[in-house]
Design a protein around this ligand. Structure first.
Ligand SMILES: [Zn+2]
Length: 355
């Protein structure tokens, strides 16, 4: 019964979304995780070292610590909230200026080299956005993201992505000498030659492929990677290769992974996915063939499902047996939920083109 209640709630949310979409066609991104930041990235301040130094040490400034990719959140809250530190709490080797919310500056700091006990001591003096001290815990954002206030989740994702890039970009790709952080942590410059490294974001396409049979309900194609938890089926996805458009990447991936030909590839929405450094570009495509043959390296299985079938699926983390849908914070889930909602804006066209 719990699943049905959850899905009814989902559908109600999406019907509300559909109404909203009719008023504002660009609203869909506001329902996705990690895309709701109210942060002004203040790019113009990044090159002003003196100003950044003042901001870094200002009493109102807040530091967002990242330890081995994990984010600091309140440990005993029913819904996790981001915890942060005051400017004088710690000085880290890797620090990144994230931007401003109103006039308050936020910096991400890397505390990965701290011992667990040192990090624990730091967590004890952290506060939430309202300045309330709460016991903290370093947690994987992928586990807690969907439960967090959206703007805080977005900020933590941004911090995580930039700390990851800085800590993994240590040497010049041209001459092999060490790099140093400049521009508030948004550029790493070689200490020997003139080479500069910039943060990388790897584009990946992710697509919901649907088919409307002559008789019977519309169906969608979902597959499962061998790496997924048991029972989970998701939309197909893959990295964009050099020399191809996003639309070409969508068609190539679906053909390679499931031997399905597609047409009418349409962009739906995107989502930053700093795990560790991707942006997921979401598409809808219509299938022109239906015989599935999986590439066994990419997919363990792929099947066509009706909406009715998907409504009986559980969730990614469920410990029950049976079919499950992808993580609730993923664009894969967003694409599936949009399709399930039927009337929600951008997927209407899939039922209009049945030739
Ligand atoms: Zn160099």
């Amino acid at each position: 019964m719990g699943r049905w209640v959850n899905y009814k709630r989902n559908i109600v949310q999406h019907v509300a979304l559909a109404v909203y979409c009719k008023a504002r066609t660009d609203c869909c991104q506001h329902t996705m995780f990690y895309t709701n930041s109210n942060l002004d990235r203040a790019d113009h301040l990044r090159k002003d070292a003196e100003h950044l130094k003042q901001l870094r040490n200002a009493s109102t400034t807040r530091l967002i610590p990242v330890k081995n990719g994990k984010s600091l959140v309140a440990a005993d809250a029913t819904a996790p909230v981001a915890l942060m530190l005051k400017a004088d709490a710690h000085q880290a080797d890797i620090e990144v200026f994230l931007g401003l919310v109103d006039s308050q500056a936020y910096f991400a700091i890397d505390v990965s080299t701290m011992s667990d006990s040192e990090a624990h001591a730091l967590a004890l003096i952290a506060t939430d956005a309202q300045g309330q001290q709460q016991p903290g815990l370093f947690s994987d954002l992928r586990h807690i993201g969907p439960l967090m206030p959206a703007q805080e989740g977005s900020m933590l994702a941004y911090a995580r992505g930039l700390i990851y890039w800085n800590s993994h970009t240590t040497h010049c790709s041209r001459c092999g000498n060490t790099l140093k952080s400049v521009n508030g942590g948004h550029v790493r410059a070689c200490t020997h030659c003139e080479h500069m490294a910039f943060p990388r974001t790897d584009p990946a396409v992710i697509m919901l492929v649907t088919h409307q049979p002559t008789n019977g309900p519309e169906i969608c194609l979902l597959g499962r990677s061998p790496a997924f938890p048991e029972g989970v089926y998701s939309t197909l996805a893959g990295f964009v290769e050099p020399g191809e458009s996003l639309e070409m990447a969508v068609q190539r991936e679906v053909l390679e992974e499931a031997s399905i030909k597609t047409t009418d590839v349409q962009y739906v929405a995107s989502q930053p996915w700093p795990f560790p450094r991707s942006i997921m570009l979401g598409f809808h495509a219509r299938a022109t063939t239906t015989d599935i043959h999986c590439d066994p390296i990419e997919l363990e299985d792929a099947q066509w499902f009706t909406k009715e079938q998907l409504l009986t699926f559980g969730n990614w983390a469920d410990e029950t047996e049976g079919y499950k849908l992808p993580r609730t914070d993923s664009i894969a889930r967003y694409l599936i939920d949009l399709w399930l909602a039927g009337e929600s804006g951008r997927f209407n066209r899939s039922t209009q083109h049945t030739h």
